[in-house]
Design a protein around this ligand. Structure first.
Ligand code: RIB
Length: 306
């Protein structure tokens, strides 16, 4: 089978990561365990993950004219991601994410988009030839929403399948949901979009149904340590793999990238299992992009857990 062709339109950040014993309370100072500067950003993470899983990937984004921007470009290119549509902003710095990772592996993130907001609908208008040859267009919500809308509209015009990863959590218009062929939120993101707090399997089903009612064709709920739930043409639940999480940063990005790479190339239950395995492996390593597994690693993991 030929390589999947994926276009990711989204953010590129540099993550400033401090490991902490626990999250500080408001007004409290605590001592961190370690600090690292790593490449991140939901869009760039998904582009790099899809490339490591064997896809031919183009990344569309915007970084600053600075060392962080150069680091992001060099890191994506080293993994074979086509960066010819990665813009350089003339004045804004590269986006950053300040991340605290607590000992139990959970994280808190503050993103400053900066150059990411320089990716405008006019940039998308020129991408018709790129979109037209793709198998899937992948988007998130870390760039301006009018740019997301322009990309979803162009994908629809080109007849290309679009996947909207609904992170970071925010309320968006139902019209945006309707433009995406597949929407994939985690629990918090699903609540922001639907108003339904997702604490139980029934809540997850209710939120997924509401997203379908908003007009998307497929919903894949990322339920963390529970697994993944598909609702659309059918209803499939794929339980999560039991792993020792070291850092969950970008595990959801790994999941979305995997879903895009194998969509329509595997039966749905296998595709969800593949995406769960990719997300699980990403959570066993520190950092966003450094934690993305190769296809060989995911296949070996799936064999071990057959
Ligand atoms: O999904 C994880 C990502 O969210 C991090 O890499 C950070 O940059 C933020 O965009």
């Amino acid at each position: 089978m030929r390589q999947a062709r994926i276009v990711v339109v989204g953010s590129a950040n540099i993550d400033l990561v401090t490991r902490v014993p626990r999250s500080p309370k408001p007004g409290e100072s605590i001592i961190g365990r370690s600090f690292a500067t790593v490449t991140g950003g939901k869009g760039a993470n998904q582009a790099l993950a899809a490339a490591r899983l064997g896809a031919q990937v183009s990344f569309v984004g915007c970084v600053g004219n600075d060392a962080f921007g150069e680091l992001q470009r060099a890191t994506l290119s080293a993994d074979g991601v086509d960066c010819s549509h990665l813009k350089t902003h003339p004045s804004e710095p590269t986006g950053t994410a300040v991340i605290l990772v607590a000992d139990e592996g959970q994280n808190s993130i503050v993103v400053t988009p900066s150059a990411n907001y320089g990716l405008r609908p006019a940039d998308i208008a020129q991408l018709e030839p790129l979109f037209a040859q793709a198998d899937a267009i992948v988007l998130q919500l870390e760039i301006p929403l009018d740019t997301v809308e322009a990309a979803l509209t162009l994908a629809r015009r080109c007849g290309v399948f679009s996947i909207l990863d609904a992170g970071p959590a925010q309320k968006i218009d139902a019209s945006l949901v309707a433009l995406a062929d597949l929407v994939s939120p985690n629990e918090t993101e699903a609540e922001a979009m639907t108003g339904i707090a997702v604490n139980t399997p029934d809540d997850a089903l209710a939120a997924a149904r509401q997203l379908l009612a908003m007009g998307t064709g497929h919903v894949v709920m990322k339920l963390g340590a529970q697994g993944a739930l598909y609702l659309g043409e059918t209803n499939v639940f794929a339980p999560a793999f039991k792993i020792q999480a070291v850092d969950t940063t970008a595990a959801g990005d790994a999941f979305t990238a995997a879903l895009a790479v194998v969509w329509n190339r595997m039966p749905l239950p296998e595709a969800l299992r593949f995406a769960n395995a990719t997300g699980a492996l990403a959570a066993t390593k520190e950092g966003a992009q450094p934690s993305m597994p190769t296809r060989a690693a995911v296949e070996a993991f799936l064999q071990e857990h057959a």
